[in-house]
Design a protein around this ligand. Structure first.
Ligand SMILES: *Cc1c(COP(=O)(O)O)cnc(C)c1O
Length: 396
C-alpha cells in the first residue's frame, strides 16, 4: 500500500492486529541484540569506562537530534531524559520564569491529566497567586489573554485524536505575550511536526508511543535555539551543570540544551531507543501521514457500515485528527477486553472511549479489514457481555 510499510522490522506476535502503537509501540527486531551488546560488551567489559568509551554520556543529545529530525527541530535543540511528566514540569517552570509579571498557566480540559497535575504541582509550589486555568479545547484561542504567562497544550488529544492548530495557537500565544509549550506525546512519529516553523519556545514528548522506544523509554524536551542559553532550569541536577565533574558547590547551568538534563541517563533504555530510531532513517513524514489517514478513513468507513453500535468520538474531518480513531460505546471497557482476547489490541479511556491507533510502519489495509471483522463479530453477537471482561485491570 505505501512506501512507509516496514512490517518486517518489527516483532509482532502471531495472530495480533496491533492498534495500540499510540500507547506502547512494538519492538523493532534489532533491539534485543543491541541491548545484549550494550550489556555484554559495554556494561560488563567496560564498566565505568563505558561513559566515555561507549559514549553513554553523549547519548541524550545525540538521540535527541535523531528525534528532532522527525519534529522539525534543529540538531542540538532536543535532549532526552526522565519521563514526559518531568519534562512538562521543566518546560512550564522555565516558561513562567520568562514572564515574571504574569501568574497564569493556560491549558485545556482535553489535556492529558499528568500534564495538568504537573502544572497544579508547580502552581502550588510557586504560590503567590499563580493559577492553572483550564478551558474547553475549542475555547483555547479565545482564552489566550495578556495575563497568561504560559500556554500548555497537547497537540493531539489522547482521547479523541483531535488536533490543535499548532501554528495558529502559537501565534496567538505570542501575540498576547505568552510563552508556548507543546506536548507532542501523540505527535512525534505520528504526524508531521515543524517546531522551527511554529516558533514555539518549548516542546516535550515521549518515545515509547509512536517512536517504539520501549516501556519506560526516556522523554524529550526541545528549547528554541535562541533561548537555550538563557532558560533557567528548575530541576538543576548535576548533569545539567556546565561542568559536572568540577563538582562545584553551586549550580551553573550548562550550555544550550544540555542544561535541560537532570541526572544520570538510563543507558539501557536510551540504547533501545537509539536502535528503534533507526527504523525512521528513510521515512518521509508526509508519506507516513497520507498512509495513516488512508488507514483511518478505511477504518471509520468500515466500522460505520458494519458496526452501528459504535459512535465516532474523533473528528470526522481527516485533517483534524492525529493518528488515532476513537469510538464511544457504553460498555467500551468490556468490549475492548473481548477484542484483545481475540487478538485485536486497542485500549480504553474512561468513561466510554475505545481507542485505536494507526501506525503505517506496521499496519496495512488488510489488517484494518481483519480488525473490523473481529470488532463486528464482538459487537453484533455481544461477545463482550461476560463477567470476565468487566473486571478492570490496573492499566486500561
Ligand atoms: C502519554 C502521555 C504522558 C505520559 O507521561 P509519562 O511521564 O511519560 O508517564 C504525559 N502527557 C501526555 C500528553 C501523554 O500523552
Amino acid at each position: 500500500m505505501s512506501s512507509v510499510l516496514k512490517k518486517d522490522r518489527f516483532k509482532l506476535p502471531d495472530g495480533v492486529i496491533y492498534l495500540d502503537g499510540n500507547s506502547l509501540g512494538p519492538m523493532p527486531k534489532t533491539v534485543p541484540a543491541r541491548l545484549a551488546s550494550v550489556m555484554n560488551e559495554e556494561w560488563a567489559e567496560m564498566l565505568i569506562r563505558g561513559w566515555n568509551k561507549a559514549g553513554w554520556m553523549a547519548q541524550p543529545t545525540e538521540v535527541g537530534t535523531s528525534v528532532g529530525r522527525l519534529i522539525g527541530a534543529a540538531a542540538g535543540s532536543v535532549v532526552m531524559g526522565d519521563t514526559l511528566s518531568v519534562k512538562v514540569y521543566q518546560a512550564l517552570a522555565a516558561g513562567v520564569k520568562m514572564r515574571p509579571d504574569r501568574r497564569v498557566i493556560l491549558s485545556d480540559t482535553g489535556n492529558f491529566p499528568s500534564d495538568l497535575y504537573m502544572a497544579e504541582g508547580l502552581v502550588g509550589l510557586l504560590g503567590q497567586g499563580y493559577e492553572l486555568r483550564t478551558v474547553a479545547p475549542e475555547d483555547v484561542a479565545a482564552a489566550i489573554s495578556d495575563d497568561v504567562a504560559v500556554v500548555l497544550l497537547t497537540e493531539v488529544d489522547y482521547r479523541t485524536g483531535r488536533l490543535h492548530d499548532m501554528k495558529k495557537l502559537t501565534a496567538l500565544a505570542h501575540g498576547a505575550g505568552a510563552v508556548m509549550v507543546w506536548d507532542l506525546a501523540h505527535s512525534a512519529g505520528a504526524i508531521p511536526v515543524d517546531l522551527a516553523a511554529s516558533n514555539c519556545e518549548f516542546a516535550v514528548g515521549c518515545t515509547y508511543k509512536y517512536l517504539n522506544g520501549g516501556p519506560g523509554a526516556p522523554a524529550f524536551i526541545y528549547v528554541r535555539p535562541d533561548l537555550a542559553d538563557d532558560v533557567e532550569p528548575a530541576l538543576s541536577g548535576w548533569l545539567g551543570h556546565d561542568s559536572p565533574f568540577d563538582f562545584a558547590l553551586n549550580y551553573l547551568p550548562g550550555k544550550g540544551i544540555e542544561r535541560m538534563r537532570v541526572g544520570t541517563p538510563p543507558v539501557l533504555q536510551m540504547a533501545a531507543l537509539e536502535e528503534a530510531m533507526k527504523v525512521w532513517d528513510d521515512i518521509d513524514m508526509g508519506a507516513l501521514r497520507s498512509a495513516s489517514l488512508e488507514l483511518q478513513e478505511q477504518f471509520i468507513a468500515e466500522i460505520e457500515h458494519a458496526v452501528p453500535q459504535l459512535t465516532l468520538a474523533s473528528p470526522r474531518e481527516a485533517k483534524m485528527r492525529g493518528s488515532q480513531v476513537s469510538f464511544r460505546f457504553e460498555h467500551g471497557y468490556a468490549a475492548m477486553q473481548a477484542l484483545i482476547d481475540r487478538g485485536v489490541i486497542g485500549d480504553f479511556r474512561a468513561p466510554d472511549i475505545m481507542r485505536f491507533g494507526f501506525t503505517p510502519l506496521y499496519l496495512d489495509t488488510a489488517d484494518v479489514s481483519a480488525a473490523v471483522a473481529v470488532i463486528k463479530d464482538v459487537m453484533t453477537n455481544a461477545l463482550w457481555d461476560e463477567d470476565k471482561y468487566k473486571v478492570r485491570s490496573r492499566v486500561t
